[in-house]
Design a protein around this ligand. Sequence first.
Ligand SMILES: Nc1ncnc2c1ncn2[C@@H]1O[C@H](COP(=O)(O)OP(=O)(O)OP(=O)(O)O)[C@@H](O)[C@H]1O
Length: 688
Amino acid sequence: MAAEAAGRDDATVRPAECNEMEERLRDGEMKTDLEASLPSGQEDYAIRCRDVCRSYGKLKVLNNLNLSVPQGQIYGLLGPSGCGKTTLLKCIVGTLKIPRGHITVLGKPPAFPGHEVPGKMVGYMPQDLALYSEFTISDTLVFFGRIHGLTSKETQARMDFLIDFLDLPQKNSLVRHLSGGQKRRVSLGAALLQNPELLILDEPTVGVDPVLRAKIWQHLVEIVKTGKVSVIITTHYIEEARQANVVGLMRNGHLLAESPPDALMKQHSATTLEQAFLQLCEISDQSGSKRESVPPGGTLDESQSFESGKDESQPILGVGPVPGEEIPKCSADWKVRARHLLPKLRNIAALTIKTMVRMKRMPGSLCFQFLLPVIQISLICLCVGGDPREIQVAVVNNETSTNSLQQITAVLPGQLQCATDAFEGIYNGEYWGVIGFSSNFTKYLRKRMVERQVSREVVDGGSAHVWLDLTNRQIALMLQKKLHDAFQAFVDHKLGSMSYLVSLPIKFEEPIYGSMNTDFTTFVTPGAVLSITFYLAVGLTALSFVLERKEGLLDRCWVAGVSSLETMLAHLFSQLLVISVQITLLLLFILLVFNMPNEGSLVLIIILIVLQGVTGISFGLVISAAIDDEQSANQAALGIFYPNLIISGRPARTGLSPEMTSVTYLMWWRYNPLRKIWCQVYIITYNN
Ligand SMILES: Nc1ncnc2c1ncn2[C@@H]1O[C@H](COP(=O)(O)OP(=O)(O)OP(=O)(O)O)[C@@H](O)[C@H]1O
């Protein structure tokens, strides 16, 4: 910073010098110097960016940027924080798409079918750590080794070298226990692992001590000596970039200059790269302000015409696009394209093993995943849906002389002549209902049974009157049923074969499915099992992907050559393993511990629950595709619970099965052009 400030002071006290430089630039003098001093063999480029543009929403980050990284050289990409260096590197490795411009990396555009960029040819160290914190150093390198298709012997040899070279602790050390600097070195090791042809390092020397920093640069210098490896490196320590063969000075989304560091310093008569950079910034600012100060309709004078006819994005000096330069045309036949699309078993296996290793390292989380469904279903079986017991009902019997209030369980005959006490009891929550018998109940009831026509008074007096607290519908319904059954039992007992005279002319036959005495728990449990499986899968999937993306792990795997389809399939397989254990435990509990009746095929039940889990995984993927942070993902997963529960129809009735829903979700995640309206799609495909 001090040097920067000094440089800035230096630059500001010498405006005349700046003007002189500007004029020299205009005359093309410096350009000639620069061209003369450019490294030989620059016609072979490891990376070529032409008129690259990239925005985040309305924020223009890359603005017609041109950059050329010569083959077999180190390219130092320098620039202030926020100027777009990381964005450019992400475009180069293909994790960000560019709406305009061309990028060629090792001869082809990134992600071109059959091209190993992203893949084995490129080693990428992102700015974020992008490491699995539950992994050991060895796990990390073995994981990336698997993805790059290295044999275990090759991985082991590279691991030994890198641990020694990067001065890393024991290979069995957990990444989460390492210091910040050590973690960055592990991240660098992962980028160097497969000896890639192109190394893209985003600030690899941050938090690294000067001795090791020098060692890293020395290593980079050595590996490019063969001419086969090229390096592009960003750094905040501008002076260390003097060891690069070429530096690119970036500002406001475009390159100010691109040149060998010595030539750049010489041309600016600067003793440090930092000074040279500051002078370039000054020139850029002055030319910018001159452009801005042109009055409307006014013309530029000679000194202002420095950049006339030029876009602001054109480099002040350096290797811009050569006029007439052709963008290489690449083509791939259908076989290569098909192979490019097909998921690789090797990558799926590497990712699945990775998830297994992570689970093993997080036994608490694994227990949570296995035991939570069992705990939930046990609570449901124990606490929800059992037949209500010890329901207090008051009976007011005006037929007997006794004047007492009797609390009863369910419907037992009792006596209560004081109706006021009974109603008071209901208001106070002591009783769920009152059954009242008039003083002539028996007489009138008999009259109702034997006489063909009776008065209204007889009908009324011969009926038992029931007042219920209907605030709990479940209990009230049960009371109604019990009263009904009690009356039926009474008339059967008293009238025998004549009981039909006072019975309802409705006969409930043996049910087709279920039994007459199905309790509420039996009804609730299957739904609970399905919803528990679904929501756990939604939550775990959404969270896992959102976190991996946030920590840069998804991007890193992608640059290593893993496709999103492979990521998805690997997650599906590992999650299916978890679901299998969950289902086994759930079924053991509900069938053997809680003795839930099962009239159907156990195989079909298992298939249905697995499909429900797959639907949950798919919906979790939809959430993770639409949402960027874990808090919002949690909220979405929670928020969808009730809408889903309430508007879910029966898939069989609508012709939509869980597997169809899953396919819809999976397709949606893979090709989600309209991520923002996932909610509508979800409702349309599943809930109607
Ligand atoms: N995902 C994103 N969404 C919106 N804006 C972003 C995103 N990523 C980066 N930006 C913005 O783009 C600009 C360039 O960011 P970038 O990370 O490329 O800068 P940088 O030069 O690498 O900075 P630094 O040296 O600090 O890492 C910044 O203004 C940043 O806020």
